[in-house]
Structure formats: structure tokens, C-alpha cells
Design a binder for this molecule. Structure first.
Ligand SMILES: NCC(=O)CCC(=O)O
Ligand SMILES: [Mg+2]
Length: 333
């Protein structure tokens, strides 16, 4: 037994609820959460995502009715993703920067009615390419870096012009953050933030998301290993993040979340920049599967899983649990 016992009894601070809470080191709040939503074209549309129980794709008119509820729950940042009809997908992804596109329209309409709702848009080409890759491909199927960056610049600019508060490049092309920052500055969008998906791993945990946006079929047997990071690497993530900060990113992200908490930790400790993590679709699906089977306690596990990100050093978390977590936090007071 350690010599400081019984002078030091660690259990003393755990004996009373209020004392426990007085000394708790990390806190989860609704303001820490960013809510990813899936937008369907048309009106009056709702569709379940079978691999993401509880997640519904909805047309913009339905989302507009939801936003008041989200704001009342304290959720003030949403990240919309488009469900693009197959006929709008092409090899050159030109729908990505269509000013009348689904995302651009959604941003304009949401900001007009709810200027207090912060919108973070995804900058990547996979929802718009017929082959499902995040950039443009050459004849060999290789994703071309600089050619893709030129399209990403147009896409990010179209989001800023629509009124996006934050653009979030998730494509993992080299140099895209600098290129996007340059075009935003040149066009007068000096206060548009960039949240860079800096350490985005080539992960199998994204499967359900690809079902949700309908890009799973497009990518077929392919993968994204020539641009997303190797799950074996950690130092490389710090290098990627440092480069994005140098290029003008305001905030950085690690993705996926729970399997990569070590990267979140290193990012915060070594670079001390605003750090976010994405609890991705596969993490959501695993939790839901266990809840459905009665194997895990839903309410407790949702909050514990999100608090883990805060403890690791994240400033905020993108999570499909956002509304449910915010409701639970409200109930807990
Ligand atoms: N660019 C956004 C994603 O790829 C999301 C992945 C997920 O939730 O699985
Ligand atoms: Mg990079």
C-alpha cells in the first residue's frame, strides 16, 4: 500500500455528488457539438438510413422546421451533407460548385431564416463524382491533386458566397487549405473560417456515411488510400495538421474519432490549436447496434463516449448523437 494512505484517500472526493462535480476535470456541453445532417433534394422528403438507425435524410423544407428545435437544445453549428441524385454526378464534379446546388441553396435559406445558426460546409468532390472519389481521376483512376484543388477552390468559394460561416475541406489533397484561403481572401471572405479535416484516415468506419449520401455504390471496390492517411501512422498526422495550420486553417479535425483519440491528444498537446474530432458513422452504427440489442445503456454511453473526446483534448465533436446528447445534457441540468 502506498505510504500516503490514509492521509490520501482518493475515494473522499467521490463520496458526494456535488463534490465529485466540483473536482471534475472535463465537461461536455451542447455548445461542444457539431451536428452533421443529410439533405435530400425536393420537398416533403424523409428517408431513413438503414445502417444509421435514428438518422433521417430530410429535404430542406423539413430541416428548416427542425432548426428552431436544434437552437433551443443549444446546438448552434450544423454540418450539412448533400444526397446528390445520380444524374447530377459527373467525372468533373461540376455540381460541386453550382451556385444553385443543394448545399448552396440550403446555406442561403438557413442563414436567411436563422442567421444565428452557424453552418459548416463540406468541401470535397465525392458526393458529385460518378466514381465516388474525393477528387478528379486520370485515365489510370489515380486522384489528381492539383486539378482537384482547383475544383475545391471553386466549391469552397461557392459555399462562402452562399453564406457558409465555416468551410471544411475533407478531401485530403495536398495544398488545398492554402489554395482555399487564397481564393477566400482574394474574394473578400476574410472572416470565413476553415476547419481542415487535417488528419483524415483511410478508415473502414465511414461505410454507413457512404450509404447515407449514396456514394457507396460509386466507389465500388475502390478505396481512398492514395490520399487519406494510413491508420498505422501518428507522426504523419501531426505533420499534416501543422501544414494545414501554416496554410491558413483556423481549426483542425481528426477523423474518425474514438479509434484515433491518441491523435486528438497529440494534436492538442503538441500543437495547441483548436482541435475537433468526428465521431463518424461507423462509430454511431456500432453504438446503435449495441443499444438495440440491450447490450449497452444508451443514455450513459452516449455521454461517456462524447466526454472521452473532451478528455483527450478536443474542443468539440461532430456527432450524429448531437440532438440526443443535448437533450440528455439539458435533463441533467
Ligand atoms: N466528409 C464527411 C465524412 O466522410 C463523414 C464520415 C462518416 O461519418 O462516416
Ligand atoms: Mg494535408
Amino acid at each position: 500500500m502506498h505510504s500516503s494512505f490514509p492521509a490520501r484517500r482518493m475515494r473522499r472526493l467521490r463520496a458526494h455528488d456535488a463534490v465529485r462535480s466540483l473536482v471534475s476535470e472535463h465537461h461536455l456541453a451542447a455548445r461542444d457539438l457539431i451536428y452533421p445532417i443529410f439533405i435530400l433534394p425536393g420537398t416533403g422528403q424523409r428517408e431513413a438510413v438503414p445502417s444509421m438507425p435514428g438518422v433521417e435524410r430530410r429535404s430542406l423544407d423539413i430541416w428548416l422546421q427542425e432548426i428552431e428545435t436544434l437552437l433551443a437544445l443549444g446546438i448552434t453549428i450544423i454540418a450539412p451533407f448533400p444526397v446528390t441524385p445520380a444524374e447530377l454526378k459527373t467525372d468533373c464534379a461540376s455540381e460541386a460548385f453550382n451556385p444553385q446546388g443543394l448545399i448552396q441553396t440550403a446555406v442561403r435559406e438557413i442563414k436567411q431564416r436563422f442567421p444565428q445558426m452557424v453552418i459548416m460546409t463540406d468541401v470535397a468532390l465525392d458526393p458529385f463524382t460518378s466514381h465516388g472519389q474525393d477528387g478528379l481521376i486520370n485515365h489510370a483512376g489515380y486522384v489528381m491533386n492539383d486539378e482537384s484543388v482547383a475544383v475545391l477552390q471553386k466549391q469552397a468559394l461557392s459555399h462562402a458566397q452562399a453564406g457558409a460561416d465555416i468551410v471544411a475541406p475533407s478531401d485530403m489533397m495536398d495544398g488545398r487549405v492554402g489554395a482555399i484561403r487564397e481564393v477566400l481572401e482574394a474574394q473578400g471572405f476574410t472572416n470565413t473560417c476553415i476547419m481542415a479535416y487535417s488528419a483524415k484516415y483511410a478508415s473502414a468506419y465511414y461505410g454507413p456515411f457512404r450509404d447515407a449520401v449514396g456514394s457507396a455504390g460509386n466507389i465500388k471496390g475502390g478505396n481512398k488510400k492514395t490520399y487519406q492517411m494510413d491508420p498505422a501512422n501518428s507522426n504523419e498526422a501531426i505533420h499534416e495538421i501543422a501544414m494545414d495550420i501554416d496554410e491558413g486553417a483556423d481549426m483542425v479535425m481528426v477523423k474518425p474519432g474514438m479509434p484515433y483519440l491518441d491523435i486528438v491528444r497529440r494534436c492538442k498537446q503538441e500543437l495547441n490549436v483548436p482541435t475537433f474530432a468526428y465521431q463518424v458513422s461507423g462509430e454511431y452504427a456500432m453504438h446503435q447496434a449495441a443499444f438495440a440489442n440491450g447490450w449497452l445503456n444508451e443514455e450513459a454511453v452516449i455521454l461517456e463516449s462524447l466526454l472521452a473526446f473532451k478528455r483527450a483534448g478536443a474542443d468539440g465533436i461532430l456527432t450524429y448523437f448531437a440532438p440526443q446528447a443535448a437533450r440528455l445534457l439539458q435533463q441533467l441540468g
